[in-house]
Design a protein around this ligand. Structure first.
Ligand SMILES: [Fe+2]
Length: 388
């Protein structure tokens, strides 16, 4: 057995976000050369969070504590390089010394990309397509991530996924220098997330945990994190979705999302995410929705290849070891339908999709070789046929 596990992100869970954020921004690194405290902050967020007053609330709290706060609250879902450049312009104009990303995965990913360009200069495309190396930056621009969904786990991962404006293609940029400095996890921030977004983001957590647990690069640490995250998300997502104000269920989902994020950042993902990417890109769908769509079929495909991991995985899903593979998929689809999540493309009004080209795209995804069961483009097509 040989593995490494690296996560430099300080996770601050359960404290009110504003107070935890102030503390995270003033905390100095306990190193030989302490980092200067940042006083000029750029807060990155999205229009929805601005509309409900959360952006003003956090900005007000930081301003009252003596920080100079600039705001960019225009990040869109499935963000593109244009979002990154617009946020970067505000950061440069404000001479920002630290970044706060308040939002879901889209906002946090833009925060990482802005931090990269502030410390390295140049264009985002240089890193995304030109393979320009990311190095230890001389000037530290810490990023504090404050997730408002229990979903992507981006607050603890070293990857950012941004779309190209012209080609609409996405390619993750990954580096240990993209980690946030701290993740402020306040379950109260997720209380007002509507049911459909709670379900769509929450099922992404289940997808991360499942794929991290069975991935080829999994190790004992990611196994422990992924399995516990899977158990928590599977048990609590129905309650978090139906009774959005249940703080206990929201806590469980946020804990599950951060644990699944820590796990998949190191162990990788697999066929569910490889197939979800092309579908989400082609039809501009929510990432989590596509993960849910493929959850049962992807799991059923992998079950014969799981060996000793089959039983603990089924146990986390509350299913007996004696269950048939097809019945596992049926139960997963019942669980998804209870959450009002689609299990067929036709339920999203997508008819006669070009399955072959999506399957070919999925087969080229860098995530796919990590899947426990090898899959060709034909295998991918067959799985897609099952959810068409
Ligand atoms: Fe995901």
């Amino acid at each position: 057995m040989e593995f490494s596990f690296y996560s430099p992100v300080k996770v601050i869970f359960g404290q009110p976000a504003a107070a935890a954020l102030r503390a995270a921004l003033t905390e100095r690194a306990r190193s030989a050369s302490p980092l200067p405290a940042a006083s000029r902050i750029l807060l990155i967020s999205d229009p929805g969070l601005a509309a409900v007053g959360l952006v003003d609330q956090i900005t007000g709290s930081l301003t009252a504590a003596g920080f100079q706060v600039s705001v960019f609250a225009q990040v869109r879902g499935n963000p593109t390089v244009r979002d990154v450049e617009a946020a970067l312009a505000v950061a440069l104009a404000a001479d920002a010394q630290a970044l706060v990303a308040l939002g879901g995965g889209s906002v946090i990913d833009v925060g990482k990309a802005v931090g990269l360009l502030l410390t390295h200069g140049g264009r985002y495309a240089d890193f995304q397509w030109g393979d320009r190396p990311i190095t230890q930056a001389a000037q530290h621009i810490p990023l504090i991530a404050v997730p408002t969904t229990a979903g992507t786990g981006s607050e603890v991962t070293q990857v950012t996924v941004i779309e190209d404006d012209e080609t609409h293609s996405k390619r993750g940029v990954r580096s240990p220098y993209l980690f946030a400095r701290a993740a402020v996890l306040d379950p109260a921030l997720t209380l007002s997330l509507p049911a459909h977004l709670t379900a769509a983001t929450g099922v992404d957590v289940v997808g991360h945990a499942l794929e991290a647990f069975v991935g080829r690069r999994a190790n004992p640490i990611t196994d422990a994190l992924a399995l516990d995250a899977l158990r928590r998300a599977w048990r609590n997502l129905p309650c978090a979705t139906r009774q959005g104000n249940d703080l206990r269920a929201r806590e469980e989902m946020l804990a599950a999302s951060v644990m699944a994020g820590l796990a998949f950042d190191q162990s990788g993902l697999g066929i569910i995410h490889s197939l979800a990417g092309p579908i989400a890109g082609r039809y501009a769908l929510h990432h989590g929705l596509c993960v849910g769509l493929l959850l049962a079929a992807g799991l059923e495909y992998n079950l014969p290849a799981l060996g000793a991991k089959r039983e603990p995985l089924l146990e986390a899903l509350g299913m007996p070891a004696s269950i048939r593979d097809a019945e596992v998929a049926e139960r997963v689809n019942v669980w998804l339908a209870d959450l009002n999540l689609p299990t067929r493309l036709s339920q999203l009004n997508i008819h006669n999709p070009d399955l072959t080209s999506m399957a070919q795209e999925a087969a080229r995804m860098v995530l796919l070789p990590n899947n426990p069961r090898p899959a060709t483009a034909d295998d991918c097509r067959q799985i897609l046929e099952g959810v068409a």
